[in-house]
Design a protein around this ligand. Structure first.
Ligand SMILES: Cc1ncc(COP(=O)(O)O)c(C=O)c1O
Length: 367
């Protein structure tokens, strides 16, 4: 059997009928950037997040850039950021010329909030579809930006993850809980002025070049596109159903993997995960990945970076990042999408059984 990490072709089969009707409308219109698909997505996202303002953008990465530019992150500002995430979390800091100040993760894979260094801004990431301790963060006297690319629809103390922070962002890339084909993004806030800036900045800083108005801000081209918005709208209408399927898979894995003593990443207290990733710990993740591959199962290495040791990300570093090192060496994600069948998920468990060693199981003791 072959188990892909995300069977994209099955997403396509599920959405294509609705999608093609929408494409027909989209490609018959004059405006390919702003239109009814964008408006419908933004309205739905406001409902799901509880945010006052939502602007779609071309990707999660461009959304982080827009969030930072709009909130005033500037040259040489110190931005505390997790040392372990997708590279897109830290790239926009460097592109602006600000200085990343790297903070280790904790055993849940979230930014460690103990001994936070002084900074001008805090960039928080909800890794693996979970949440940091937002109560502790909100008590801090510093502007907080929320990279909730992965954590959309997870909850912290019953509040949806993207509601936290001065501003937050979502990624809709194919491996996220509400995917498009390729990627797409959104910037969210409750501040009207910041939202206005994002609206202009996602379009090179101007509103309408034909009316001769002054350009007020530097911007980038990260405009939403109506055909992508059609994809997103179709996914947003399905996401609740997909989420319940993710939960079923998580519960199945939890039960079966416990029987064989596999160490599974846990959610922090007060964080209700969206099950974006199902992450386990093994002694040697590269070897485990290869063994699973030989059995036909595609596992992914999330992640293999230690930002503080990455020369292009040069910033302020500590000497030790023990949990980054632990995750870098041991954390690996199993296929767990809503589009996997039960027999595939059972097969993954069988393959884990075959590939796991007593050394892997001993890792439990370290957690
Ligand atoms: C934590 C995090 N931030 C940002 C991004 C960037 O999103 P995109 O791929 O849509 O640019 C990702 C995507 O993988 C992510 O996982």
């Amino acid at each position: 059997m072959e188990v892909k990490f995300i069977p994209i072709d099955r997403i396509y089969q599920e959405v294509k009928e609705t999608l093609f009707k929408r494409y027909d409308k989209v490609y018959s219109r004059h405006d390919q950037f702003n239109g009814p698909m964008q408006d419908a997505c933004q309205e739905l996202l406001k409902e799901l997040s509880g945010r006052e303002y939502v602007r779609l953008a071309s990707s999660g990465t461009s959304s982080i850039s827009l969030m930072m530019m709009a909130s005033g992150v500037k040259l040489n500002d110190r931005v505390v950021v997790t040392n372990y995430s997708c590279p897109a979390t830290v790239t926009p800091i460097k592109m602006i010329g600000a200085t990343p100040v790297f903070q280790d993760i904790n055993k849940y894979g979230q930014m460690d909030l103990k001994n936070l260094p002084t900074c001008d801004h805090l960039l928080v990431t909800g890794l693996y579809g979970d949440n940091v301790d937002w109560e502790a963060i909100e008590a801090l006297d510093v502007p907080v930006l929320n990279d909730s690319a992965q954590s959309f629809m997870s909850e912290s103390n019953g509040i949806e993850s993207t509601k936290f922070g001065l501003m937050s962002i979502i990624s809709f890339s194919t491996n996220k809980i509400c995917p498009v084909f390729g990627t797409y993004g959104a910037v969210l806030t409750d501040d009207e002025e910041l939202d206005h800036k994002v609206m202009l900045m996602r379009r090179n800083g101007y509103k309408n070049r034909d009316v001769g108005e002054a350009i007020q801000y530097l911007g980038i081209n990260a405009q939403p596109m109506e055909d992508k918005s059609a994809q997103l709208l179709t996914s947003l209408e399905k996401v609740e159903v997909w989420q319940s399927r993710r939960k079923e898979i998580k519960n199945f894995y939890d039960e079966e993997l416990k029987k064989i003593g596999v160490t599974v990443r846990q959610s922090p207290i007060n964080s209700e995960t969206n099950n974006h990733k199902y992450c386990i710990f093994v002694k040697d993740k590269l070897m485990f990945r290869d063994q699973m591959k030989n059995l036909g199962v595609d596992c992914q290495l999330h992640y293999t970076y230690n930002f503080s040791k990455t020369p292009v990300y040069e910033g302020v570093s500590k000497t030790d990042y023990p949990w980054t090192d632990f995750y870098k060496q041991h954390a690996i994600s199993l296929p767990s999408s809503p589009w996997h069948t039960l027999s595939e998920i059972k097969y993954v468990v069988e393959c884990v059984k075959q590939s796991i060693t007593s050394e892997d199981i001993k890792l439990c003791q370290k957690m």
